[in-house]
Every structure is written in structure tokens, then in C-alpha cells.
Design a protein around this ligand. Structure first.
Ligand code: NDP
Ligand code: X2W
Length: 412
């Protein structure tokens, strides 16, 4: 038996061999047939692919070289989430980047804009108006909200799209216009967009053409709350959410409020009572409960580059205990690759998910009887953005969803 940790930390020679792309056909066919991966087998599939890719391995399972590679466009590759997609795809066996766009940085190479990606042999970034989509099957759209709608509207109809912006997350166009302060320029596309909280909407994502990738705060909040609300274990009133984000959540464009001097050695709240993620959070929780849910949500900016914690205070329904909440989360996420319920009493730390696609969570009894405290942590750039986007595109293209994502967190 091969341990998971030995399989996911590939030595460089194996990582290169893995990039050459091998796949176990039987599992893949099952996946296509049932429209959804066999979760229990997925880790083993990854592991066995890695073993198969090792030149030394003589006991490799039956494999076949992939006939088709998916050609990927990254719109906004010169930003934080776009560059994170490039980093993740460097180890994806089936996705090759054929197009990257930038705005101010158009014409430059990815390595000149992000020196940590200097070893990536990729075409230079181009302006969107010069982009040729003839050699692209799918795009990650990593552009600011507001600019994204018209750009997506103008893309070739056959492309699969994962949009990381907020432009297609809210089903109610009026609500979008109210919270984002601008008219929606592609309401007809909104109807087909699938909200991409992977663990919750997997089946719809598999058959979607356009996925609206969730915001980072809404990801960290909905992952623990949706299963508890669906099981009617918590009251829909008095949900109080205190969230904290690293500064990369604000993007790479220069802003005075994000200067080192404004952020270091302190924390501050922002968007108090009016953060634009409120309607997104409430939409997801209301869907789960089939009733209107409202929340108190306050985000904070932390002096760290990545990471996000949401601390959520809830009232349990009469007769329910914290043990019930814990067991519900255990059942809901059993077999999930990326959502990890920690052992009882263990506090999730942002530093333990840094650079990875994991969400760690736990639930604690409050001192006040009948209340519980839930803590969840993610990396805002990975599970909160590019990692979840890749998880979604894997599903949309028919691959096991963890392909290219089994990075261990960075520590320290
Ligand atoms: N950062 C995060 O943690 C998260 C971000 N998101 C969302 O993902 C999207 C991207 O965020 P992020 O990567 O942080 O942002 P960045 O500001 O770091 O990057 C934005 C990218 O878009 C390009 N761009 C900016 N304006 C235009 C335009 N008018 N036309 C074409 N391209 C343009 C920029 O090009 P250039 O730099 O060359 O000017 C850059 O490549 C946003 O919608 C954001 O809200 C979602 C979840 C989390
Ligand atoms: C620290 C910081 O500024 N964070 C961003 C949220 C980033 C994110 O998830 O969201 P969107 O995709 O919705 O932009 C903010 O508060 O607006």
C-alpha cells in the first residue's frame, strides 16, 4: 500500500513524467458514465498515475497515453489569481496553457512579471483585443468584476469558462446592480451560469459551460454552514460571521489602502455592514434552507499575504448539541479530498492550508448554552480562488477533480 503523502510529494523526475500524462482508463470511463468521480478511488487514481509515471516502476497498472490535451487560456495572467492558475497548471498532466492575457503588462513574459514562474516555457501575455482563441478549449477568467461580463459575452460559444470574478455569482440581477453599483451587461449569460462551490454543486458543475467561481469569503463560510443548515441543526437567525483575509485578496493593482505601511502591525475591519459578499453568502445559505437567511458579516484585513479565517457564531436548534454539528460535518465531508474536519478540539490555522486547496474546519461549544462556534480556514488564492477554479474545470472537462491540485500546504 502506498501512502498518500508519499504519492503527492513527487520528486522532480516523477513530476515531469506525470506531466507527460498517463491515465487509468477504467476509472475515467466510470467517471464519464456516472457523471461524477468515484471519490473513494480518486486518491488512489492520482497515486497510481504517479506510480505509473515513475520510470523505475515495473508494476505499473494498465495505462494509456492521453490522446487529447486541453488547451487553456488564462485571462488576467498578470494578476494574483491568474498567476496562481499558472503555478497550479505547471503540474497538471492534461491542461496546457496556450494563451495568456494581461492589460498593463501585455507583451511581457510571465517570468518577467512573476519571477517565481520564470521556468515556465509559455507564450508572452497579450492584450485581450489581440487574443486568438482558435487554440483554446477552456478559459480561466481572472479579471476584475465589472470588466468581465462583456469580455465573456464576446468569447467563442464553444469555450468552457470558469469566471473567478463576482460577475455571474448572483442570480438576481437587481441584487448585483445594487451591491456592485453598476448595470449588468450580460444578464442573458447569468441564467446559464452555475455557482461553483464544488463540494456543494458538483453535479451541475460537471455539465456547465460557464461556472461562476465563488468569492473567497463565501467559500470559507458556506462550506461549514450549508450542510448544517440543510440538516436543520442551526437556527437561521443570529448567524454572526467574523472573517479575516490576507492582503492578496485585494488583487495586485496598486492601492494606497494596501501599502505595507497601511496594513502591517495592525488589523482593521472594512466594508462593515455593506461588504459585497453579503448577498452571495445569503444566496447560498437561503438556497440551503429554502428560506431567506440574513447574516451579520464583518471582514478584516490582516497583515499577511495569503490566508483566510472565518469564525462563525451560531445558535443550535432546540435539542441539538455540538456533537451533532460535528457528526454532521463529518458525514457531509467524509471522502472529500479538500474539506477536512479536524479532530475534536483542534483549532484550524491559516498557516496549515497555505498554498493548498484545503479547507480545514472545526466546531466548538460556546460558553453560552445552545450556541456553537465554527472556524474554517482556506488559502484565499487557492481554495478561495484559483484552486477551486481548477477543481471546477477538472469536473467540467471530465477529469478527476483533484488533478493537479494535490499540493501539500506550505509550512512555515
Ligand atoms: N485575490 C483573491 O484572493 C481573489 C480574487 N477573486 C477575483 O478574481 C478576479 C481577479 O483577482 P486578482 O487576480 O486578485 O486581481 P489582480 O488585480 O491581481 O489581477 C487582475 C488582472 O486583470 C487584468 N486587467 C485589469 N483590468 C483589465 C481590463 N480592463 N481589461 C483586461 N484585463 C484587465 C490585469 O492586467 P494587468 O495587471 O496587466 O493590468 C490582471 O491581469 C477578481 O474579479 C477578483 O475579485 C476571487 C477570489 C479571491
Ligand atoms: C482583502 C480583500 O480586499 N478582499 C476582497 C475579496 C476577494 C474575493 O474573494 O473576492 P471577489 O472575487 O468577490 O472579488 C474584498 O474584500 O473585496
Amino acid at each position: 500500500m502506498v501512502s498518500i503523502s508519499s504519492a503527492v510529494r513527487l520528486p522532480p523526475s516523477m513530476a515531469i513524467a506525470q506531466k507527460e500524462t498517463f491515465r487509468l482508463l477504467p476509472s475515467f470511463k466510470d467517471h464519464e458514465k456516472i457523471g461524477k468521480p468515484k471519490w473513494g478511488n480518486e486518491r488512489m487514481l492520482q497515486i497510481r498515475c504517479s506510480i505509473a509515471a515513475s520510470p523505475q516502476n515495473l508494476r505499473a497498472p494498465k495505462i494509456e497515453k492521453l490522446e487529447k490535451t486541453i488547451r487553456i487560456g488564462v485571462l488576467g495572467a498578470s494578476g494574483y489569481t491568474g498567476s496562481e492558475i499558472v503555478r497550479l497548471l505547471a503540474n497538471h498532466p492534461n491542461f496546457d496553457i496556450t494563451l495568456m492575457t494581461a492589460d498593463r503588462k501585455a507583451g511581457q513574459s510571465i517570468g518577467s512579471v512573476f519571477p517565481h514562474l520564470i521556468t515556465q516555457d509559455l507564450p508572452n501575455m497579450v492584450a485581450i483585443k489581440d487574443a486568438d482563441f482558435a487554440n483554446v478549449d477552456a478559459v480561466f477568467c481572472c479579471l476584475p468584476h465589472g470588466t468581465t461580463q462583456e469580455i465573456i459575452k464576446g468569447l467563442p460559444a464553444g469555450l468552457k469558462i470558469v469566471d473567478l470574478s463576482a460577475d455571474f455569482r448572483l442570480r438576481d440581477i437587481g441584487e448585483y446592480e445594487e451591491w456592485y453599483g453598476q448595470p449588468h451587461r450580460a444578464p442573458e449569460l447569468q441564467k446559464e451560469a452555475v455557482y461553483g462551490l464544488t463540494e456543494i454543486s458538483r453535479e451541475e458543475i460537471c455539465s456547465a459551460r460557464l461556472v461562476a467561481n465563488p468569492g473567497c469569503y463565501p467559500t470559507s463560510i458556506q462550506l461549514p454552514l450549508v450542510p448544517l443548515i440543510k440538516a436543520q441543526l442551526i437556527e437561521l437567525r443570529n448567524i454572526i460571521i467574523d472573517s479575516k483575509s490576507g492582503v492578496s485578496g485585494a488583487g495586485r493593482a496598486a492601492k494606497e489602502a494596501n501599502l505595507y505601511t497601511e496594513v502591517a502591525e495592525g488589523i482593521h475591519s472594512y466594508g462593515v455592514t455593506r461588504h459585497r459578499h453579503v448577498p452571495e453568502i445569503e444566496q447560498g445559505l437561503s438556497d440551503a434552507s429554502h428560506a431567506k437567511v440574513t447574516v451579520s458579516f464583518t471582514p478584516h484585513l490582516m497583515p499577511m499575504s495569503r490566508g483566510m479565517q472565518s469564525t462563525i457564531y451560531v445558535e443550535m436548534t432546540p435539542g441539538v448539541t455540538v456533537e451533532d454539528l460535528y457528526q454532521q460535518l463529518r458525514t457531509s465531508y467524509e471522502g472529500e479530498e479538500f474539506v477536512i474536519l479536524l479532530e475534536k478540539g483542534v483549532v484550524p490555522h491559516t498557516r496549515n492550508v497555505r498554498g493548498s486547496n484545503y479547507c480545514f474546519m472545526n466546531v466548538f461549544p460556546d460558553r453560552i448554552p445552545g450556541r456553537a462556534i465554527i472556524i474554517s480556514v482556506i488559502d484565499n488564492l487557492v481554495k478561495g480562488a484559483s484552486g477551486q477554479a481548477l477543481q471546477n474545470l477538472n469536473l467540467m472537462m471530465g477529469f478527476p477533480e483533484s488533478t493537479g491540485l494535490l499540493y501539500q500546504p506550505l509550512f512555515p
